[in-house]
Ligand binder design. Structure first.
Ligand SMILES: Nc1ncnc2c1ncn2[C@@H]1O[C@H](COP(=O)(O)OP(=O)(O)OP(=O)(O)O)[C@@H](O)[C@H]1O
Length: 363
C-alpha cells in the first residue's frame, strides 16, 4: 500500500496556457496518506477527474510530479502503477459470468484457483451478488453491472490504491447507501488507500475520513468532515458542505466588532484591520431568532418543515439567510432579529478564512 504525493502538480488541456483560466488544475501540493479513506469533492468541472486521471496514469500532468511512496511514477502508464479503478459506468465483460468477471484480475496475477474461489465468494457477498455468480453479465441491469465493476475494483488485495470516480451514479438509492457502508467496511478490514471522487456531499462525508474539497482547479481544504463543518477555510467549503450551507454576510470588522446591515455584533476574537471583500460566515445551525435590538435585523420569508428541524428562510439586508431551528423550539411571534453564536462565526477576506488565533499567538 502506498502514500501518494502530488508535488507542484498543475495541468492544462491547452497547448499554450497563458492565463489562470487555462489551467484545469492550478499548482498544488498534496499528500494522500497510506491507508487513508479520502473523498475528492467538488462541483462539476472543478478538476476532480483530471486529478484522478493524473494519479491513475491516464493523463500526464503539464508540470509537477506524482510519487507513490518515494518512487516517481509521473511518466508511468496505468498498468505499471498497480492500482484498481472503478469508473462512473460499468466496465464488465458481457460474455463472462459474474464469477468470471470477479475472478479476472486475480487470474491475471496468477493466483491459485482455491484462493480465487474464496476471494470471489467474499467479494460477491460484499456486493450482494452471491445468488447471481453464474449468470452471464450481458443479461444484467446497469445497476448490477456496476456492482460487478465495484467488486472487480475491490477484489485484489495487493493494489497500491483504489480509485473510484463517481462509482454509484447508476446505482439505485437504497443500494447506494449499502454499498457505501460496504466500501467503508472494506477499507477498515484491508486498509487500502482509497480515493473516492464525488460531487455529492453525503457520499463524501459518509465514506471518507478525510475530505479534499476542490473548487475551480484548486484544493481549497482537506480535512475531516467535522473540520469542514466547524471551520470552513474557504467560503465555497462553507456553502457546499451543509444543508443549507453557511450564511455569508458582507461585513466591516473593527477589532472585536462586526458591522453588518446597520447593526453591530460582538465577535469571539479580535481582528487586525482587514482589506478586501470582508464577510462574516455563520452556519444556519448557529443562528437563533431574537427580537428587540439584539443581533441583526431579519425578515422571515418562508418556513420549511423538514421533519427533525425547520429551516427559516429570510433576509438580513440584501443577503439571503437561513436559520435551522430544532423541531421542539418555538418561533417567537415577534422574531425580527437573528443572533449569531460568536464562537461559531468566522471572518473571510476574499473568500479565505482569517485565522484569528495567528494574531493572538503573535500578540
Ligand atoms: N479532455 C479535455 N480537453 C479539454 N478540456 C477538458 C478535458 N477534460 C476536462 N476538461 C476541462 O477541464 C476542467 C476540469 O474538468 P474535470 O472533468 O476534471 O472536472 P470534474 O470536476 O471531474 O467535473 P465532472 O464532475 O463534471 O466530471 C473543465 O473545465 C473541463 O471542461
Amino acid at each position: 500500500m502506498t502514500r501518494i504525493t502530488l508535488e507542484n502538480l498543475a495541468h492544462s488541456y491547452q497547448p499554450k496556457p497563458s492565463h489562470d483560466d487555462d489551467w484545469a488544475l492550478k499548482p498544488m501540493n498534496l499528500t494522500w496518506e497510506d491507508g487513508g479513506a479520502y473523498a475528492l469533492l467538488g462541483a462539476s468541472g472543478c478538476g476532480k477527474s483530471t486529478l484522478l486521471n493524473i494519479i491513475s496514469g491516464l493523463l500526464v500532468p503539464s508540470s509537477g510530479r506524482v510519487l507513490f511512496n518515494d518512487r516517481d511514477v509521473t511518466g508511468l502508464p496505468t498498468a505499471e502503477r498497480n492500482i484498481a479503478q472503478v469508473f462512473q459506468f460499468p466496465v464488465v465483460y458481457d460474455t463472462m459470468s459474474v464469477r468470471e468477471n470477479l475472478a479476472f484480475p486475480l487470474k491475471n496475477r496468477g493466483m491459485p484457483a482455491d484462493q480465487i474461489a474464496a476471494r470471489v465468494d467474499e467479494v460477491a457477498r460484499m456486493i450482494g451478488m452471491t445468488a447471481m455468480l453464474d449468470h452471464r453479465a450481458r443479461r444484467l441491469t446497469a445497476d448490477s453491472k456496476q456492482k460487478i465493476s465495484l467488486g472487480r475494483g475491490m477484489v485484489r488485495q495487493d493494489v497500491n490504491a483504489i480509485l473510484f470516480d463517481e462509482p454509484l451514479t447508476v446505482i439505485d438509492p437504497h443500494m447506494k447507501w449499502e454499498l457505501r457502508t460496504q466500501l467503508k467496511d472494506l477499507h477498515r478490514r484491508f486498509g487500502h488507500t482509497m480515493i473516492y471522487v464525488t460531487h455529492d456531499q453525503t457520499e463524501a462525508l459518509t465514506f471518507a475520513d478525510q475530505v479534499v474539497v476542490m473548487h475551480d482547479g484548486r484544493v481549497v481544504q482537506s480535512g475531516t468532515p467535522q473540520a469542514l463543518f466547524d471551520a470552513p477555510e474557504h467560503t465555497f467549503v462553507g456553502y457546499f458542505i451543509g444543508s443549507p450551507g453557511m450564511n455569508l454576510l458582507d461585513a466591516h470588522v473593527d477589532g472585536t466588532t462586526a458591522h453588518i446591515a446597520g447593526a453591530q455584533i460582538g465577535l469571539a476574537h479580535g481582528y487586525a484591520p482587514l482589506s478586501g471583500k470582508v464577510q462574516l460566515g455563520i452556519r444556519p445551525e448557529f443562528l437563533r431568532l431574537g427580537s428587540g435590538t439584539q443581533g441583526l435585523p431579519f425578515t422571515i420569508h418562508r418556513i420549511e418543515d423538514v421533519g427533525h428541524h425547520r429551516i427559516i428562510r429570510g433576509k438580513v439586508g440584501d443577503a439571503d439567510i437561513n436559520v435551522i431551528l430544532p423541531e421542539a423550539q418555538e418561533i417567537p411571534a415577534d422574531a425580527s432579529r437573528v443572533v449569531p453564536d460568536p464562537g461559531r462565526a468566522h471572518i473571510y477576506v476574499d473568500d479565505w478564512r482569517v485565522d484569528p488565533s495567528a494574531r493572538e499567538r503573535a500578540a
